[in-house]
Design a protein around this ligand. Sequence first.
Ligand code: FMN
Length: 362
Amino acid sequence: MASIFGHRFRVATFGESHGPVVGAVIDGCPAGLALDVDAIQAELDRRRPGQSALTSPRKEPDRVEVLSGVFEGTTLGTPILLLVRNVDARSADYAPQKDLWRPSHADFTYDAKYGVRDWRGGGRASARETVGRVLAGAVARQVLATAGVEIVAWVDRVADVEGHVDPENVSRAAVEAHPTRCPDAAAAEAMARCIEGARAAGDTVGGVVRCVARGVPVGLGEPVADKLEADLAKALLSLPAARGVEVGSGFAGTRLRGSQHNDPFVAVDGAVRTRTNHSGGIQGGISNGMPVVVGVGFKPVATIQQKQATVDREGQAAELEPGGRHDPCVLPRAVPIVEAMVALVLCDHWLLHRTSRLHSAD
Ligand SMILES: Cc1cc2nc3c(=O)[nH]c(=O)nc-3n(C[C@H](O)[C@H](O)[C@H](O)COP(=O)(O)O)c2cc1C
């Protein structure tokens, strides 16, 4: 069962939802980075449950511990182990469901494949696994900052409520201004009402997170097997509840004519740019210097607070009673997780690119 992402900046996540710890090991982080542990903690704080009325009420303090790979605040180039301890697991809440399969969750497929499953809080299929991704992503983000790359994600749609956000200008501060993490104030209010309404009805809603990476240099990604968009899509689709990934104008762009969809080149201060960005900053698998823009669709949370018909491990019909603490909508908490996966892929390709040719272009 693979838990490793990346080619050069490789990350293994570990830990179960109700086990003692969750975290990540980074293999391949360059030596010499002055690691900002407070910045890692800030990313965890954006991901953790219990941060607002719109999320799961599980109360995890999620304090980062850096156990290896850093000496006197600077990375050594050796494996970096980052973890947090689980402190608020209530496994007894899940015991009545341990032999029942929650519809559209991972229970049935996991059992069918492995024959053994940690049912407490969803085990490895819990979004708790993404703690490790956020920890490693926060380090990747610091590596990328040395190259001038900045990554901002936001909630673009919840159910049918759509925000209107300009990827060129959206800021972290605007995203964090509302608990929905939608920087369009009017849409954010409507999204909050939609999530609260779903929760009150014992139901859940899905939507779309969008993410922009600005300052991405030309040349990240490769033309065939390791296309930048292919690695982004795999990383983002590996997130729990992710159902689709778009690059640039994505599926909407497929409705356009080539004459509308092409991004004309322009020279700006001696650099090559494009006037529009339907390509989402990637052409031929390689970044073109424009902002990299991706969207991720997340399904409505599978665990609803309503009785549901299901079957048990013996294949007998059964009724599932709601149990455990759950998010009515993953979108607000998915924002830092999407940023983390984009950071991991861009950091990986930024490091790979540094060995891609013998003679530099200049
Ligand atoms: C931030 C986040 C929070 C989540 N919270 C829950 C939750 O509270 N309850 C739940 O059933 N699923 C939750 N999920 C989704 C499940 O982990 C996911 O649906 C499950 O692992 C099955 O995988 P799949 O949906 O990708 O097929 C969450 C996902 C994310 C990204």
